[in-house]
Design a protein around this ligand. Structure first.
Ligand code: CA
Length: 224
């Protein structure tokens, strides 16, 4: 899941980003409204954590601009303005959720989990695909009853495959949803992470649950 955090208080922005990266999300930071609109136009994010009081262009402007062309990206407004009217305005303009400052990072993570899962058919906290489970709350993969230790990238890849089970995912789509802008977007490195993930799954399961459909991408949980 690729998340953009728009917040001009840099320390808060980086604290949020760090805590989400620890949960194996890919996260980019942005500190003003104009840059946020550019990044949203250029990149494909699954979710935006959006502060309302921003320099250059405020959060409501960013939200309205995004919603002119994009209804899919989830928007969670973060604001010190706790008046009901601000909340209503935000939701009316197409935000999916609203969190008043100050907040606990755990609550932010819970809201993000619920928003990112809502767009898919599986609403469960634990995603399952054959003998593999992914607990979206603890952000851990489980094979049988045993936890399967994965790197951040491997975790992101597995989660993305599992929420999209049955649908092939191309390398380009992985780049958009599992990688953030701080790393090289070379397809080679994606192949390396996918092959490391497949190796761990194969060792632990005795078979490889990920299939490579030539010309389409990688898929998990497709019908045999
Ligand atoms: Ca602010």
């Amino acid at each position: 899941m690729h998340i953009l955090v728009v917040e001009d208080e840099r320390i808060l922005c980086e604290t949020i980003a760090r805590s989400l990266k620890r949960l194996a999300y890919s996260v980019d930071c942005c500190y003003d409204g104009i840059t946020a609109m550019q990044m949203l136009a250029d990149d494909n994010f699954d979710l935006v954590v959006l502060d309302l009081n921003l320099p250059d262009a405020d959060g409501m402007t960013v939200l309205r601009t995004l919603r002119k062309t994009d209804r899919d990206t989830k928007v969670l407004i973060l604001s010190a303005r706790s008046e009901v009217s601000d909340k209503v305005d935000g939701l009316d303009a197409g935000a999916n959720d609203y969190l008043a400052k100050p907040f606990h990072l755990e609550e932010l993570a819970a809201r993000i989990r619920s928003l990112t899962l809502r767009q898919f058919t599986q609403n469960d906290v634990v995603l399952t695909c054959g003998d593999v489970s992914f607990d979206t709350k603890s952000r851990k993969a489980i094979v049988g009853d045993e936890p399967l230790p994965l790197t951040r990238k491997e975790t992101g890849i597995l989660e993305y495959l599992m929420v999209n089970r049955g649908r092939p995912i191309s390398q380009e789509e992985f780049i958009e949803h599992v990688w953030d802008n701080s790393v090289d977007n070379f397809s080679n490195s994606i192949r390396v992470h996918i092959s490391a993930l497949r190796k761990k799954l194969r060792t632990s399961l005795g078979y490889d649950p990920i299939r490579n459909r030539i010309g389409e991408g990688y898929v998990m949980g497709e019908e045999e």
